[in-house]
Write a new protein. Sequence first.
Lengths: 198, 162
Amino acid sequence: MRVRNRGKNLEDVELQMTPMIDIVFQLLIFFIMTFKIVSKEGDFTIRMPIASSDVAEPLPDAPESVKVSLIAGKNGQLISASWNDVNFEKIDEEGDAAVFQRLKKEGLTEADQAIRDRYEKKGKAFETKLRNKVIEYYNGLSELQKEKAEIEFDVDYNLKYVWTMHAVAAANAKPAEGDNPVKKLIGNIKFSRPRKKP
Amino acid sequence: MRMKKGREFGKTAEADMTPMIDMTFQLIAFFMILISFSKAEQNDAIKLPLSELANPPADKIVKFITLHIDRETIKQDNVVKSKIYFGGREFNLEETGAKSIKLALIQRARVYADDGVEKDKVLVIIRADRYTQTGMVQELIRICKDKKINFEKFALRARKPR
């Protein structure tokens, strides 16, 4: 491998490039293998949802609690949502079933993705609707009440979690838009007793 | 490899590169195996729901435990129920499963108690897959609020969309 000089160029230090390039390749491969794209994860805190009495005590001095009920259909998708027992959102599951049949006939993988996209859109629409109601309620409170406001979610057992998160996100805050920063809404979120499975 | 015959005593020290490269390879392999992402915090099997508002907490949470719960799947007409992952172990919420996860949580609660950490300082982070049944998450929370475990602060985790 090395050409050994026989005493002539004792002053010159020869730099061997081959092993250096090998090491560089090794390091490159190492960093490529260990490169992991990690999405940021964030938390929504909820307040002692289920106490020993199975419903959390309301905070003192709080305005009257708001109850949002979410009803799930057979597939765990949201079909109806109510604010203090007043329905504000209805998602037609039957109509969807027909659409899904048609989509499935047209090709399985596209149908699944199309179904997911439709529900993603519905989820966002629902979140916006619920958030508007929360904003309306929130703006009607006094400053002190705003701090203590809380919202209770009464959720069907088999409702898919993604819908619950849409609801929690809707109640928690309004995302930043343009120059407006994130606006915090109701910070105290709790859940009712879980409804037993049928 | 090194020819000793006829070698003159040189004034400069010749460093043979071969063993140095070998050691470097050893170190690289060592670090590659060492850096493995801990399953206690991450667990890629779970696809978190997406939310614009999911920002990492501003202040560093000191004491927390992470509970993962995946979705119900259907395998060959059998319904495979959601599983719970905690501390690198797998649990289910059936009869025996509920007992074993309670035990695991009691142990963890005791560790915190022995360390002098107050229960209301421990945050329970729940990483639930987006298609989990919400009732399962509620049951998990209820287990954590059991008298012997008594965790008080909960957080539902979501992912920020890219």
